[in-house]
Design a protein around this ligand. Structure first.
Ligand code: KE4
Length: 433
């Protein structure tokens, strides 16, 4: 039985048919197409707190949360109010506003290693700009990324990427010029020797090393002890800029991001998702000495019509103000630890082998007997089993990321009762395996 047969999703079905005449694959971002779980996507009417409601009136506990941004849940009253009030003042000025200063200072309170910052409109813009800056600053051209890590869809980064690229089995995207891809070197996550080998092969040629400090786009894969410290040491030794792509991990693995959790100082940090409170915001920042290369102060050009948009700034300010306290983070940790234990117990009871990974408020359940440490150990996970789990959880009212190679997220509104209901859904899903 498929989701279509088991659930009342007739409006989603007809909307998807129409959407496929308008958008490639019927969606505006590939992972939304549910291709990895063999079904058709649900069309969403609204979100409220920890819930999504589809156009057919079905309610789901949401663990995608717009792929990470909604750490305070859907339509949080404070965030909505901030957007409404900002909109009454105008939706875009194309000029500086005090809101940009307020959000920048708020981010820097959470991540003091960021001395200067530039707002953009997406994580892709943030990573693309940070790498251009690394090349401008070092006058070198090659970059290192990691197999299975995803940093947005800029040409130079669509090389052995994770997230939707891995989900759809597109090892590299057509349309990326070989000249561009040839400057992107790929190492293995949690494998320092693979990084050392690249530095040895390309001495003095590597401008930047970009890493998801906790991989989230091959599913969640934590750094092994010493890995991030080793990257910091190698980057320093070779005068290569260490770039922490914290678009996902920022305000998710710890209130101060991975750089605070692991006490590593990257040269540049990229951000997105949570800092926009659900509206389009990205950012790159770091050492002032490096950021001063950026126009109009320096020669490295980067621009954006809606960068620092007052609505997005207002939403980000409101969202970050809601996650500043220690108590919020204690409750988040308590909720996700309870969920993790519930899943472990249900899978053990059902005799279904899984590997669970979690850092802070982002987590993944791999259907595998191999400990995930990098792409090579993640890609062996049983995607069919994951698809079955996804479908059963959906039928039981829980909306998971529709891919084994994605992270799950909780919000401050995933209360004890919500976690209990989720564990019941997991138990029921495994019971009828
Ligand atoms: P955006 O351009 O999608 O705002 O950000 C790109 C990006 C950069 N860096 C990291 C670590 C990211 O996780 C992302 C985007 N994440 C995916 C989810 N894995 C976005 C979801 C989608 O592509 O629809």
């Amino acid at each position: 039985m498929t989701i279509k047969e088991l659930m009342n999703i007739t409006k989603s079905i007809s909307l998807f048919q129409e959407a496929q005449t308008l958008f490639p694959g019927g969606v505006n971002s590939p992972v939304r197409a549910f291709r990895a779980v063999g079904e058709q996507p649900l069309f969403i009417e609204r979100g409220e707190g920890p819930y999504l409601f589809d156009v057919d009136g079905n309610r789901y506990i949401d663990y995608v949360l717009s792929w990470g941004p909604l750490i305070t849940g859907h339509a949080h009253p404070d965030v909505v109010k901030a957007i409404q009030e900002a909109a009454l003042m105008g939706t875009s000025y194309g000029a500086p506003s005090p809101l940009e200063i307020e959000l920048a200072k708020s981010i820097m309170e959470f991540m003091p290693n960021i001395e200067m910052i530039r707002f953009v409109n997406s994580g892709t813009e943030a990573t693309m700009s940070a790498l251009r800056l690394a090349r401008a600053y070092t006058k070198r051209e090659k970059i290192i990324k990691f197999d299975g890590c995803y940093h947005g869809h800029a040409d130079m980064l669509l090389v052995q990427a994770g997230s939707g690229v891995a989900t759809l089995g597109l090892p590299d995207s057509p349309g990326v010029p070989s000249a561009v891809a040839s400057d992107t070197l790929v190492a293995q996550f949690n494998d320092l020797e693979s990084v050392e080998a690249l530095f040895k092969k390309y001495p003095d040629q590597i401008a930047g090393l970009i890493v998801e400090p906790v991989a989230g786009n091959m599913g969640v894969v934590p750094p092994l002890p010493g890995f991030l410290e080793g990257l910091r040491k190698l980057a320093t030794e070779h005068a290569t800029l260490l770039i922490f792509d914290e678009v996902m991990t920022g305000f998710r693995v710890h209130k101060g991001g991975a750089q605070t959790l692991y006490n590593i100082k990257p040269d540049l940090t990229t951000l997105g998702k949570v800092i926009g409170g659900g509206l389009p915001v990205g950012a790159y920042g770091g050492k002032k000495e490096i950021m001063q290369m950026v126009a109009p102060l320096g020669p490295m050009y980067q621009a954006g019509t809606l960068s620092g948009n007052p609505l997005a700034m207002s939403a980000g300010i409101a969202a970050l103000s809601l996650i500043r306290g220690e108590e919020v983070w204690r409750k988040l940790e308590q909720a996700v630890v309870k969920l993790e234990a519930g899943v472990a117990s249900a899978s053990k009871q059902a005799g279904i082998p899984i590997q669970q990974t979690r850092v802070g408020t982002m987590f993944t359940t791999f259907f595998s007997e191999t400990k995930p440490v990098g792409w090579n150990t993640v890609k062996v996970a049983d995607k069919v089993q994951f698809g079955k789990f996804f479908q059963k959880m959906l039928e039981n009212g829980v909306y998971l990321a529709p891919s084994q190679f994605e992270a799950g997220f909780i919000s401050t509104l995933h209360t004890d009762e919500i976690i209990d209901k989720t564990i019941e859904a997991v138990t029921e899903s495994f019971r009828t395996w």
